[in-house]
Write a protein that binds this ligand. Structure first.
Ligand SMILES: O=C(COP(=O)(O)O)[C@@H](O)[C@H](O)[C@H](O)[C@H](O)COP(=O)(O)O
Length: 234
């Protein structure tokens, strides 16, 4: 009988490694940036620890890997997985790029820092009552919170369809998402059924990994693992 935690389907949230702009706090939506050397080293190190047979992200247990179309996400997948594991996943058609995981379209705020965005919005006559909150206010000339909600809900529906008959480890059913800081935190809110503006403070540094799953093996009880029990070494 498989142990209870590893047999409930999981969704791993892998934010790409550091880029020059993530290092500086600049909002990076559609801009294509390579990982910095520190970002490459970071993903190399985390890949060795958490990706591979018997590790947290075990390629044999993955039902699908979804990757943002941005280069920094693809590069992260390439570095974190061994060539053999990547090839096996691709041969099994378990890897796809999807626009649903592209970072929040920041519109006019692309490349800016939070303080610069707040100043720009004030120049535009916005935020007279309260400071800008992306989760509520979205981005000028970019995406609204509702638009991001819609594309994530579509992906969640697809994932739940893969999970619903595999709640006790019947088939490999873990999912890996390789994407971005705001987008993966937004995904977490929607996974838990919260509206985007729900004040749930979440952090996800470059190169970091989060885990979502379900309580009680129930498709109706999506949950966030706030702590992860590491598997016994065989
Ligand atoms: O640009 C962002 C994420 O894109 P990526 O580097 O491709 O993951 C943003 O998340 C910024 O990094 C943002 O400055 C940062 O997340 C601070 O946002 P917040 O915690 O909501 O104040």
């Amino acid at each position: 009988m498989p142990d209870k935690d590893s047999s409930t389907p999981r969704v791993f949230l892998y934010r790409h490694g550091q880029t020059e702009w993530s290092k500086n706090g600049r909002y990076t939506g559609i801009t294509e940036l390579e990982l910095t050397q520190d970002g490459v080293n970071q993903v190399n190190a985390s890949g060795k620890m958490i990706v591979g047979s018997g590790r947290l992200i075990d390629p044999a247990k993955l039902a699908h890997v979804y990757i943002s179309p941005r280069r920094r996400a693809g590069q992260t997948f390439d570095i974190a997985f061994s060539d053999a594991d990547k090839q096996a996943l691709k041969d099994a058609q378990k890897v796809s790029e999807t626009d649903r995981l592209a970072e929040w379209d920041y519109g006019l705020y692309e490349g800016l820092l939070t303080k610069e965005i707040r100043a720009l919005r004030k120049e535009h006559g916005l935020d007279t009552e309260s400071e800008w909150d992306i989760w509520r206010d979205g981005c000028e000339n970019g995406e609204s919170a509702q638009e991001v909600t819609d594309r994530l809900d579509n992906l969640i529906q697809e994932i739940r369809a893969m999970h619903k008959d595999n709640m006790h480890g019947e088939n490999p059913s873990d999912i890996l998402l390789v994407a971005h800081g705001h987008l993966l935190r937004a995904f977490t809110k929607r996974w838990l059924g919260y509206p985007m503006e729900f004040p749930l403070s979440l952090m996800l540094d470059p190169g970091a990994v989060g885990v979502l799953s379900y309580q009680h093996h129930s498709i109706d009880e999506p949950a966030m693992l706030v702590g992860y029990g590491y598997p016994l070494q065989e």
